[in-house]
Write a protein of this length. Structure first.
Length: 654
């Protein structure tokens, strides 16, 4: 069973009165179709009855379709639960479709568990079991994805939070502003203020001269090193923001007011006799954690000359999700990406810097390198730094055509209906797209119609690719370059803030198609190498230390020879290789390890984890790898070696 948090409005509230939960066609409807009986939903209702004026027009039709009485009465009931989580919904049946005023709605039957009291959004967003990524999406604005999978512990914590006398410290995260330069001094100040750090808490460190930035608290209550530091104090940053505000243009995704208010708050704290200030509201604290990004934007905008005719810039009318993504991309920094990388992940800062600079310059990315170097991990970190969880990951195959990427017709029982492919589904949510092993596809065949719009940029608005398909109402399906996702007359819009990130293994020769120049020139190609030898050796030394032996040098030497063999192997696979050997040589309850000896453990680990990376390589490469292993272990005709030799021949390019 799976639990979900759902950001929704009065339209879904209307369906709930009939014991159903519904979403209009799109990503939300697709998510409902994939759900199963027993899955649970936590609906966070927006403070506004409907998301946007256009959508509100269908509310009366929904009330009429569901025989609910007057829309005014339903909205009056909605007002009592707006801005809160009032109940838990459990799915009790299969999804169904119905059409209201030409719009398809997907609904599922639900059973309602009314909470003892509605949980306000300010408290819901602070729950320790609600991930930071989901809280960021739901911070009080309509997120690009209204349905997010959550921890199984979230539903019990919601029940506990709405019971009488909840344990505030155990349930809710705390957010603090701290006048401190180091995490050590910040820890002491928080303890002295009765806010001893606990897992999930966040703090923002500030001094008059600089702002060290955001610190997280881990499961042991330890503050992390500050991330996304700002080499300016609050007053200097505020002056910069005001200057950039005067020089920005209407089309810029620059919204400095929250950041200016945050610096004003920090200036006030520094002027007081306090060292710690609670800011226990996620939406408010978000302005502080977002400060580095906005200051980075301001540095770029402040370089412009002051406009002669316009002293200030009006607020952009772009949709919230477009503004958020565009602003995050414009203010993207290396530190923001490094923050999103998993603990223990090792990558050269210069590689991240190249990716960040390329994306800010308007390029899509191709991340190349040996298997296991962390290409997909870096791609996901780049996505999270800009669009949070609003991205998809898929893997290309040699069979891909435009049906897989763009879409095509499928029978629906009444005829043929256009079904979007992975790229169009991504565009429909304004989400980014990661395509693993992109060079396995025939690029021209699979991506041809996208070439025109992928190269969009300043002055390209309106560039359109008309596809040979029509929508149910007879309109042509089009892909158009547009300034915002809502500003296109076509069916799907590629915006300046949308990015496609592809990964490719440079050693993969099987079933690969050459990337055409027309495709490559729309991308920045960034190589992710294996770590430097000394760093790689240190990694293996640490991993094999888990064996508990006094001397593990032989395992490290063997591993280094293997990963630098005919096919370079990255640390992600290297770590798995080491862990398999460690687990296989660790004593079990029977008093014996899984493998009989070291040789069997190494040969098995190579067969299971290294040999698959030789797929498509010539037989000579496998022979060379066998020689490396024989030199390290001694050539002995044992079953494990025969199995490895057979595996290498199976994956070799004939």
């Amino acid at each position: 069973m799976t639990d979900y948090a759902v950001f929704t409005d009065a339209r879904s509230f209307a369906f709930i009165q009939k014991e159903r939960f519904a979403q209009p066609g799109g990503a939300g409807a697709d998510a409902l179709r994939r759900m199963s009986v027993g899955d649970q939903l936590l609906p966070l209702f927006d403070r506004a009855p409907t998301h946007g004026a256009g959508e509100s027009l269908s509310f009366s039709a929904i009330c009429k379709e569901l025989s609910l009485g007057s829309p005014e009465d339903v909205l009056r009931d909605y007002a009592s639960i707006a801005g809160s989580v009032p109940y838990i919904l459990k799915i009790s049946g299969a999804a169904q479709e119905q059409t209201i005023e030409g719009e398809i709605w997907v609904s599922v039957p639900v059973q309602m568990e009314v909470l003892p009291k509605a949980l306000p959004a300010t408290d819901f967003l602070r729950l320790r079991h609600l991930s930071d990524a989901v809280a960021t999406q739901f911070k009080g604005q309509k997120p690009p994805r209204v349905i997010q999978e959550v921890s199984r512990m979230l539903v019990p914590s919601v029940r506990s939070a709405t019971a009488s006398d909840p344990d505030e410290d155990a349930l809710f995260r705390r957010f603090s502003l701290v006048v401190a330069q180091t995490v050590e001094s910040a820890t002491e100040l928080l303890k002295n203020d009765g806010r001893s750090p606990r897992d999930g808490d966040l703090a923002f460190l500030v001094t008059r001269a600089t702002m060290p930035g955001l610190v997280n608290v881990d499961a042991q209550g330890k503050l992390s090193d500050p991330v996304q530091p700002i080499a300016r104090g609050p007053k200097e940053s505020q002056d910069l923001l005001i200057d950039a505000q005067r020089k920005s243009r209407e089309a810029d995704p620059f919204v400095p007011e929250p950041a200016i208010a945050a610096t004003e708050e920090l200036i006030g704290l520094l002027s007081s006799d306090k060292k710690v200030k609670p800011v226990d509201d996620f939406a408010v604290f978000y302005d502080f954690r977002n400060l580095s990004r906005v200051v980075t934007q301001a540095i770029e905008l402040a370089k412009r000359p002051l406009p002669a005719d316009t002293p200030t810039v009006p607020t952009s009318e772009a949709p919230v999700e477009d503004n958020d993504a565009a602003a995050a991309l414009q203010g993207l920094s290396v530190e923001a990406v490094l923050t999103e990388l998993p603990e223990g992940f090792s990558i050269e800062r210069s590689v991240v810097a190249a990716a960040v600079a390329s994306m800010r310059a308007g390029k899509h990315l191709l991340l190349g390198g040996p298997p296991g170097t962390g290409k997909t991990t870096l791609a996901e970190a780049l996505c999270r730094a800009v669009v949070g969880t609003n991205y998809d990951v898929t893997t290309a195959t040699a069979d891909w055509t435009t049906f897989d990427t763009i879409g095509g017709y499928l029978p629906d029982g009444q005829g043929l209906t256009f079904v979007p492919g992975v790229v169009l589904r991504s565009l429909s949510t304004a989400g980014w797209l990661i395509i693993d092993e992109i060079n396995r596809a025939d690029i021209d065949k699979a991506f041809g119609p996208l070439f025109t719009v992928l190269s969009g940029g300043e002055g390209s608005a309106g560039r359109t690719s008309v596809l040979p398909y029509t929508t149910p109402d007879g309109k042509p399906v089009t892909i158009e370059w547009a300034t915002t996702s809502g500003g296109s007359d076509g069916s799907y819009a590629i915006t300046p803030s949308w990015r496609l990130i592809g990964t490719l293994n440079v050693s993969d020769k099987a079933s690969l198609f050459r990337l055409s120049f027309a495709f490559l020139r729309r991308f920045a190609v960034i190589d992710i190498p294996v770590p430097a030898e000394i760093h790689y050796r240190n990694l293996f030394t640490r991993w094999f230390d888990a064996l508990g032996r006094e001397d593990t040098t032989q395992f490290v030497d063997q591993a280094m020879a293997i990963v630098h063999g005919p096919v370079s192997i990255g640390p992600a696979i290297g770590r798995d290789y080491a862990q398999l050997i460690v687990e296989g040589l660790t004593e079990t309850a029977s008093g014996q390890p899984t493998f009989e000896d070291d040789r069997e453990a190494v040969l098995t680990a190579v067969r299971l984890l290294i040999a698959p990376q030789y797929e498509g390589q010539p037989v000579s490469s496998g022979t060379e790898l066998l020689k490396i292993i024989d030199d390290a272990l001694g050539k002995e005709d044992v079953p494990a070696r025969k199995s490895l030799e057979h595996a290498l021949r199976e994956v070799a390019l004939s």
